[in-house]
Design a protein around this ligand. Structure first.
Ligand SMILES: [Zn+2]
Length: 238
């Protein structure tokens, strides 16, 4: 094994250590709770906004129906005046027409009243719902903030543990050199685990695919660092 490869293997070991520590935090209960609290808060805020918009729409609909209702009332009122005038002068057909119109108007009014009652009930329910949500949100915010404090403490602990390892990696990376480090990073990016693996015969022990025999032979005979065409891992001969 070349010295460079030995350093790269050491680098991989340190990298794994850092990842394992960071994974602990990623899988921790506090992080899960924090994400949950954040989702809850965002959803609540979105729902509240949606509901407020719906309530606004309902209010405007209510206004429209109220206007129509007032117009129907006014029309009925005016018709009453006509009725009085008609009693003496008009013939029976006119009066019958007016009665029909008046009946239609009364039907409209009944329908509009029903609609108004329904709308007001829906609006009252919605207002109550909005109120409930609006009181929940500050609590959700406080929950999130307190979880964030705990999470940040955990994060600081993780960073304190990983910082010296990262320093070591930094120094090692400089000795390994930019070219090989770039290959390592690319291999790590496409393979979360074991970016450097040994050859077994002509097989990559990372993805278990066979290399072209010439490529495997070159790695073996020249004791150089190769690369798996299939998974992108760095390969070496044991
Ligand atoms: Zn492979």
């Amino acid at each position: 094994m070349t010295e460079q490869l030995a350093m790269l293997m050491e680098y991989q070991g340190l990298d794994d250590k850092v990842r394992a520590i960071e994974d602990e935090l990623r899988a921790s209960a506090v992080r899960k709770k924090l994400l949950h609290a954040r989702n809850y808060l965002v959803n609540s805020q979105n729902n509240l906004q949606k509901m407020e918009a719906e309530a606004e729409e309902l209010r405007s609909l209510l206004e429209t129906v109220q206007t129509k209702y007032a117009a129907s009332l006014k029309e009925l009122d005016e018709m009453g005046v006509h009725f009085e005038a008609a009693d003496e002068e008009s013939d029976g057909d006119d009066v019958a027409d007016m009665r029909r119109l008046a009946n239609n108007l009364l039907n409209d009014l009944t329908r509009q009243e029903k609609e108004l009652t329904g709308l007001m009930k829906r609006l009252a329910n919605m207002d109550q719902e909005v109120k409930k949500m609006a009181t929940n949100i500050p609590k959700a915010k406080a929950d999130y903030a307190s979880l964030k404090v705990t999470y940040d403490e955990e994060l600081a602990k993780v960073q304190a543990r990983t910082a010296p390892i990262k320093e070591e990696m930094e120094a090692l990376g400089q000795k390994i050199g930019d070219a090989l480090m770039a290959r390592y990073r690319s291999a790590r990016q496409s393979n979360a685990t074991n970016p450097i693996v040994p050859l077994s015969g002509s097989r990559c022990t990372g993805c278990h695919m066979d290399l072209p025999s010439a490529a495997a032979k070159k790695i073996r005979e020249e004791q150089c660092i190769g690369e798996c065409e299939n998974c992108g891992r760095i390969l070496y001969a044991e």
